[in-house]
Design a protein around this ligand. Structure first.
Ligand code: ZN
Length: 209
């Protein structure tokens, strides 16, 4: 008889790559993203002074490929994707009532880094940007197949005068990345937790009140 545990194991491995810890939030569940093209997962955490957004997406959603760029066009797409992600305060626009300012952007993608697309925004007054060389994984064991996939993880942290006063966050993710179809969102805020699925065309993420 076939062993059902094998398939489960793959799912668990994906889940482990997505683990993400937030200080001060013990019941923060990741939205879960088993690397399905067209889908992404967004975690939003609000406390009194900070707003943290963690996006995990297949690279395919952002560039249309999941390997090192080979052609000038692919290099350009990788650079463009990295620039869009690093300008996180244009991808995510918090409710102005919360008085939030982008503080840091952390982009993890082996492919976007190796394409030379990493930002270097270290001038005074601009958010700090960190790019790490992680995120690509190859599955070769067991099935005789050789699938290479790559995820991108973006963590954007805003400092806010009153983060808990935010009623919504607007996002331009769907406009910026045409291949993105749905996004599962998990929100943890002082007003409670909620989960929702956004479809292409959505611009506003309502926060718990
Ligand atoms: Zn993939």
């Amino acid at each position: 008889m076939p062993n059902k545990a094998v398939r489960l194991k793959k799912t668990v491995l994906y889940a482990l790559t997505l683990l993400f810890a937030l200080p001060g939030l013990t019941t923060f569940a990741h939205a879960g993203n088993p690397h399905t093209h067209g889908q992404a997962a967004l975690n939003i955490a609000l406390d009194t002074e900070t707003l943290t957004l963690n996006l995990v997406s297949p690279l395919d959603n952002l560039t249309g490929f999941e390997h090192a760029p080979r052609t000038p066009e692919q290099h350009a797409r990788a650079r463009q994707a990295a620039e869009l992600l690093q300008n996180a305060d244009q991808l995510f626009i918090p409710d102005p009532g919360a008085g939030c300012t982008l503080d840091s952007v952390d982009l993890e993608s082996a492919i976007l880094v190796s394409s030379g697309a990493q930002g270097d925004q270290t001038a005074a007054g601009t958010p700090s940007t960190h790019v790490k060389d992680t995120g690509q994984h190859t599955h070769t064991s067991g099935h005789g197949t050789h699938d290479t996939h790559a995820d991108v993880e973006l963590t954007a942290t805003f400092l806010c005068e009153n983060a808990s006063a935010a009623h919504f966050i607007d996002t331009t993710l769907f406009e910026s990345f045409k291949r993105l179809q749905t996004m599962s969102v998990q929100i943890a805020s002082p007003h409670g937790q909620s989960g929702l699925t956004l479809k292409r065309g959505t611009q506003r993420i309502a926060l718990p009140e």
